[in-house]
Design a protein. Structure first.
Length: 201
């Protein structure tokens, strides 16, 4: 079937207009896509704060220390599922926080065996039950909060009230993540993991 020339030109013009609109509004929808990854609840008093593993810059543990120092919880559990050059990640995070002014009495490293957020939630399901913790504030990097919150709430069910708190990540600014290579990598990996979780991979 042959297109009539006026109709063909109209389609091309429409596509060009749509492409132009996408480019003009790119900062808006790129930022909106990043904010879908973020879920930060209003902080409330909890029995403990849990710092999820995976942050090598110390931003998660320092935000948790800030919240605990403000009186939101009496202790901070620091997840340590991996060893780094023979040292558990939780111990390294605690040492970093203490060096930067966090009272050591607030921090408790918890060594576990996990290779994903799903496995981390499974390990802490047992840990929280053993400690009789029913109100928990979880601190993780901003881009990780929505997915981690879904995982932990599904795993813990009604046994533990979970509230998420987003620690800022200097390598991932939701309003301009596409302007840096690290921001692009973070968004790509987190969206890949989110989609994989939704489709059951």
């Amino acid at each position: 079937m042959r297109f009539r020339r006026p109709a063909f030109l109209a389609v091309v013009l429409l596509l060009l207009v749509l492409a132009g609109l996408c480019l003009l509004t790119a900062p808006w929808w790129l930022a909106a896509s990043a904010r879908l990854l973020i879920q930060s609840d209003p902080p409330q008093h909890a029995q403990a704060i849990l710092v999820l593993a995976g942050d090598q810059k110390g931003e998660r543990v320092m935000k948790a220390c800030e919240l605990a120092t403000a009186g939101l919880a009496p202790r901070v559990l620091v997840s340590g599922p991996t060893d780094i050059y023979g040292r558990n990640e939780a111990n390294l995070a605690v040492e970093f926080a203490v060096k930067h002014g966090c009272p050591q009495s607030l921090l408790e490293p918890v060594a576990i065996q996990a290779f994903s957020t799903e496995e981390e939630a499974s390990e802490f399901e047992r840990e929280l039950r053993a400690r009789n913790i029913t109100r928990l504030l979880i601190v993780t990097s901003n881009y990780h909060t929505a997915r981690a919150g879904r995982i932990f709430r599904r795993r813990l069910g009604n046994a533990v009230e979970v509230r998420m708190f987003a620690a800022p990540d200097r390598l991932f600014d939701p309003d301009r993540w596409w302007q840096s290579r690290e921001g692009q990598k973070t968004a790509f990996y987190e969206w890949s993991k989110t989609v994989s979780m939704v489709v059951g991979l």
